[in-house]
Design a protein around this ligand. Structure first.
Ligand SMILES: Nc1ncnc2c1ncn2[C@@H]1O[C@H](COP(=O)(O)OP(=O)(O)OP(=O)(O)O)[C@@H](O)[C@H]1O
Ligand SMILES: [Mg+2]
Length: 407
């Protein structure tokens, strides 16, 4: 064995062949248990191959049920098929994630990019940008399939009138034709949409049910066969990841994340086999990430409220009354010379934190018919501190608390 073999062997994974097969954006050659949705979407989009405009599609189902994967899978198969035969009209497809592109400008800029129209990142008015996209399509004569993914977050941010505008663009782009695929994991969205949008967007509806545990096992086994070395998984690893995903609304992404993280944990420990314990550890580590992300995305004042609760818990005081919590909040705001919110606003923030499952707040009866809220942190104080350590305004206080209580 020469030296480079030795070095290679030392760096070669004892767990993975290629972990990229477990990445959420990898689309496998087959999507088990989604035949019905694939064929349904395929039948609708097939119209494009003979030059007709496919009906708009509204695809909905809980997170991790394969909506984005199926839309990508079917449209890329469509394009591949179209490239082999002679279609009367060229077909273009663009997937736009409207959570990442969450302004009218950015959605239109993505639509432009999908037909190779160059537009500046900023600077034009939305009306001008829209006119340019329409003009480009007018001059092309194509069938343009636009996938608007995660439309619930776009609607939350900018309302649904822009979506209505997009559905109407089709009338102005002849001889080109546009089809929309709207995707959402907000099951109620369709009922809450403006009826005009609803009637134009959901010509066809495709529902994605939650995956059952056995279905998730098939999905995981398919990926695992490509991603892991033979015998790298204990036999109860896949069933366990699948069971956890199934319990959390049949979420394939959650199951895949667990499997990947468990593999990485085993690898870091220098093991050559992943066990159920590694999955357990993976679950904790993912939960930790999730909570940290949730805390980081809170408004500043909500962060201060959590910090007060975390600090008191470290001092040994589990529960605070609303009065104590607000006094602690005022104390920190004084210290950093910040402007305090009114009690009414703070009550709203407490309600939101409770809804986000970061705290619990119980109404407790006191003597003389009075009632007060007892508020308690639902996560480890050290997670709160970890999340806020690099906050520009709270970092110093966090480090002080860490120094006094966690040394
Ligand atoms: N039937 C399947 N076979 C193989 N992989 C799948 C299948 N369904 C989902 N996946 C994988 O699970 C992950 C989540 O799927 P996807 O992104 O399509 O979910 P989604 O329904 O779009 O969720 P969200 O609403 O959160 O966007 C992806 O990595 C995807 O490749
Ligand atoms: Mg998706």
């Amino acid at each position: 064995m020469d030296l480079s073999d030795i070095f290679n062997k030392a760096t070669r994974s004892r767990i993975f062949v290629d972990r990229s097969y477990l990445r959420p954006d990898y689309i496998p050659k087959e999507l088990p248990h989604r035949e019905e949705m694939i064929n349904g979407m395929g039948m609708i989009l097939a119209a494009a191959l003979s030059g007709a405009r496919p009906s708009n599609i509204f695809a909905f189902g809980m997170t991790g049920t394969g909506k984005t994967a199926v839309a990508k899978y079917v449209t890329s198969a469509l394009i591949e098929h179209a490239s082999k035969i002679k279609t009367p009209t060229p077909i273009a497809v663009k997937l736009i994630n409207t959570r990442e592109n969450d302004t009218s400008y950015r959605v239109l800029a993505e639509m432009a990019a999908g037909v190779n129209l160059k537009v500046p990142f900023t600077g034009l008015s939305v009306a001008e940008l829209r006119a340019r996209v329409i003009n480009a399509l007018k001059n092309k004569s194509i069938i343009y399939i636009v996938i608007l993914d995660e439309i619930d977050s776009m609607i939350k941010k900018i309302g649904d009138s822009f979506l209505y505008q997009i559905t109407r663009m089709n009338e102005e782009i002849g001889p080109s034709q546009m089809s929309l695929i709207g995707i959402t994991n907000d099951i109620q969205l369709s009922d809450n949409l403006d009826p005009r949008i609803k009637s134009s967007l959901d010509d066809e509806q495709i529902f994605f049910p939650q995956y059952k545990a056995e279905e998730l096992q098939d999905i995981l086994s398919q990926r695992a066969a490509m991603a892991f070395l033979p015998d790298a998984l204990d036999e109860d690893v896949i069933p366990y990841c699948a069971a956890i995903g199934a319990r959390e609304h049949g979420d394939a992404r959650r199951s895949l994340d667990l499997l990947r993280r468990a593999g990485e944990i085993a690898e870091r420990k220098g093991k050559d086999r992943v066990t159920k314990e590694d999955v357990e550890e993976a679950r904790e580590s993912l939960d930790n990430d999730r909570i940290i992300d949730a805390i980081k995305s809170l408004t500043f004042d909500s962060k201060v409220l959590l910090l007060v609760l975390a600090m008191n818990r470290l001092k040994g005081k589990e529960k605070l009354t609303s009065g104590e919590l607000y006094a602690g909040y005022e104390g920190i705001m004084d210290e950093i010379k910040g402007q305090s919110l009114t009690e009414r606003r703070l009550t709203e923030l407490v309600n939101f934190l409770e809804m986000s499952n970061l705290i619990s707040a119980n109404l407790i009866s006191e003597g003389r018919g009075g009632r007060t809220k007892h508020i308690q942190l639902k996560t480890e104080p050290k997670r709160v501190l970890q999340s806020l350590a690099d906050d520009p305004q709270l970092g110093d206080i966090v480090n002080m608390i860490r120094g006094s209580y966690l040394a």
